[in-house]
Design a protein around this ligand. Structure first.
Ligand code: AMP
Length: 381
């Protein structure tokens, strides 16, 4: 692969915060950026040189976009396969469409993982209510029913506690094709954000630990509170997945860590990940620089972590009683603020994040939570 050098144009499908942070890195390194999505005035568009506003199904617009850029990557994996295939006729697309195709459907993803010997929770393919009832009898309860396509942040999933729940649960997911998955009684969730170049070079940020609230990532921190053995095993599994899929770019592997120390892969994201945002302030190079370097065929950078760090998401809910008190959150000099330029603060919408670094992971977590509380706290309480 010939390197795509600075001053070339990087095309990004999707226009949210992940594209924005990629665009910031690309701009810093002297690249031009063009984003493509059905919206305008977007978080990525505000940073990019050009913002194309068209439907992913508008293949003429996709062709025009792909002709205008030197490489195409994604910040949003749920673009239709045909869109990636069309773009690939005119520009290199990384990660390749097949990776996207697998990662955008839970059934394909889990089938890929299981058939290649990666650890996943037991699951069954569900097409009908009868399939579901049989699967619940086989797998046992509790179990989680998830739509096969287009799910994230706990959307499109429901917990089943008894065979009698099946009809209602299937109705809740609108009788769509689904996966029934055994419930994992996990101790914690960790993720590995990893990058792979076209020549097979590999880099990773180690295990990052994640805490969720209402199915949405709340706080991530690194180094994770896991043993050296677990850390190594998580990276080994992630590496195996990126190699098997021949990923060029960044891929994030989300794991459950069970109480008896076993790692189970929950999900793959063929891109940088919310849990990797702390790499911006805590590492020599961050996940977006790695994505840029990997898709442009440049050597991957060092991922060295300078200091333990923690990241807390800022959801739209924080705006409920007016503008958050930014200055108060930043009274701690080790806290950094990232806002994504979204115009409307809706409940549950990711508007930005805070990162704290400290001497220890625990102190970083405490600092970032305190800083977030300060955004809405009354000074006198
Ligand atoms: P997902 O959308 O698949 O990433 O799931 C969102 C969240 O639901 C996860 O972060 C877990 O907290 C929970 N979850 C998903 N699948 C399972 C499972 N098989 N067992 C237990 N909890 C689960």
């Amino acid at each position: 692969m010939n390197a795509i050098l600075p001053s070339s144009t990087v095309g990004v499908f999707g226009s949210g915060q992940l594209g924005r942070m990629l665009a910031i890195e690309a701009r810093r390194m002297g690249y031009r950026v063009m984003t493509f999505s059905p919206e305008s005035g977007t978080p990525t568009g505000q940073i990019a040189d050009a913002e194309i506003c068209a439907a992913y199904e508008d293949l003429d617009a996709v062709k025009k976009f792909a002709r205008a850029v030197d490489v195409v990557t994604f910040e949003f994996e749920n673009v239709p396969s045909i869109c990636a295939e069309t773009a690939a006729q005119f520009a290199p697309v990384h990660p390749r469409g097949e990776v996207l195709h697998i990662a955008q459907n839970r059934l394909r993803e889990k089938t890929f993982l299981r058939s290649n010997g990666f650890p996943v929770a037991e699951f069954r393919h569900i097409k009908t209510l009868e399939d579901l009832q049989n699967a619940v009898r086989e797998i046992g309860v509790p179990a989680i029913l998830k739509t096969a396509g287009f799910g994230y942040d706990g959307k499109g999933q429901t917990k089943i506690n008894a065979v009698e729940d099946c009809a209602e649960s299937f109705r809740q997911i609108k009788n769509q094709e689904a996966v029934l998955e055994a419930f994992v009684d996990y101790e914690k969730e960790v993720s590995v954000v990893a990058a792979r170049g076209a020549a097979g070079d590999f880099a990773h940020f180690g295990a990052i630990e994640n805490a969720h609230a209402n199915h949405i990532l709340d706080v991530s921190f690194a180094p994770a509170f896991v043993s050296g053995k677990t850390q190594k095993e998580a990276v080994k599994i992630a590496r195996g997945i990126l190699e098997t899929l021949d990923v060029v770019g960044v891929m994030t592997v989300e794991f459950f860590l069970t109480k008896d120390g076993k790692l189970i892969v929950n999900e793959l994201a063929p891109r940088p990940h919310n849990s990797g945002h702390l790499t911006i302030d805590a590492c020599l190079s961050n996940q977006f620089e790695q994505q840029l370097r990997a898709v442009c065929g440049l050597p991957l950078a060092s991922t060295a972590l300078f200091r333990p760090a923690a990241m807390a998401n800022l959801l739209g809910d924080l705006w409920e009683n007016g503008e958050p008190k930014w200055a108060r959150a930043l009274e701690n000099k080790n806290v950094k603020l990232h806002l994504y330029g979204k115009h409307e603060a809706r409940c549950g919408r990711k508007m930005g994040h805070l990162t704290a670094t400290a001497e220890t992971t625990r102190e970083a977590v405490e600092a970032v939570i305190k800083a977030r509380e300060n955004l809405t706290a009354d000074r006198h309480t």
